[in-house]
Design a protein around this ligand. Structure first.
Ligand SMILES: NC(=O)c1ccc[n+]([C@@H]2O[C@H](COP(=O)([O-])OP(=O)(O)OC[C@H]3O[C@@H](n4cnc5c(N)ncnc54)[C@H](OP(=O)(O)O)[C@@H]3O)[C@@H](O)[C@H]2O)c1
Length: 229
């Protein structure tokens, strides 16, 4: 696919994770249309190809469940491409569904890596550019970051942790001119509502990065009460 025209380094610059997803995809397209220089982080090559064809968007594939890669990538971005960052939007997340008692070590590790550790490492790595621009960090959280939700123990724990990180970062970075915001959306009709990585089988679909996703709303498998949306 042909690459779109790109904004120069003097344009307002945003970095958005989860740019291949529903919320992140809408955000990067909106910012790019408004003339921002957008650095889009995606999981799947296909999403990178699609977004690289759009004016003002430069897409990069980065696995957010690998902390070493995230830190290294942020360091290289600062050196090569970005010295001022006006907006850092943490949108990517995984949303596993299943009873708390059945959550595995692997599920905890992946969910906390993507939903908490990656945003923290990316923020820490990019703070010099955020401070230089007096930029804003936005964390997309969830109602599950404010209360427990049946069937979402791992996701809720990760979003509570993300809230703790964001609230502390705000206290620490206000003096440096960096603003920190968290938003807590209600249900949005994206692939996230289809996710269930805990189940071995189901009427699932495959996400663009190849992960299997099950329709949470169909509740076609034994679900605890209150879990179906
Ligand atoms: N949808 C809702 O109802 C809802 C409600 C409240 C809050 N939220 C929050 O809104 C945000 C956006 O969610 P969404 O609804 O837009 O979901 P989505 O469409 O599933 O987008 C999430 C994105 O994160 C990416 N991602 C997952 N694991 C990754 C990894 N290891 N490395 C890199 N990228 C990875 C996914 O890529 P792949 O799919 O290719 O793996 C996907 O593009 C999330 O923080 C979510 O917690 C959503």
């Amino acid at each position: 696919m042909a690459k779109g025209k790109k904004a120069g380094r003097d344009a307002r610059t945003a970095l958005v994770t989860g740019a291949g997803g529903g919320v992140g995809g809408a955000l990067v397209r909106t910012l790019a249309k408004r003339g921002w220089r957008v650095i889009a982080i995606v999981h799947a090559y296909a999403d990178a190809q699609t977004l690289n064809g759009i004016d003002n968007i430069e897409a990069f594939r980065l696995d957010l469940d690998n902390g070493d890669h995230v830190t290294k990538w942020a360091r290289e971005l600062l050196g090569d491409k970005v010295d001022r960052l006006d907006l850092l939007a943490h949108v990517a997340a995984v949303g596993p569904v299943g009873p708390a008692a059945q959550a595995t070590d692997a599920l905890w590790t992946e969910t906390l890596a993507v939903n908490v550790v990656a945003p923290a490492l990316l923020t820490a790595g990019l703070l010099p550019a955020l401070r230089a621009a007096k930029g804003t960090v936005v964390f997309v959280n969830s109602g599950a970051g404010e209360r427990g939700v049946v069937g979402h123990a791992v996701y809720a724990a990760s979003k509570h942790a993300l809230r703790g990180y964001a609230d502390t970062l705000r206290l620490e970075e206000t003096a440096n001119g960096v603003r920190v915001s968290t938003i807590y959306p209600g249900p949005i009709d994206t692939r996230m509502l289809l996710q269930d990585t805990t189940l071995p089988e189901g009427p699932g679909r495959t996400t663009s990065s190849g992960r299997r996703a099950w329709p949470m709303r169909s509740c076609g498998w034994p679900t605890p009460p209150g879990m179906c949306m």
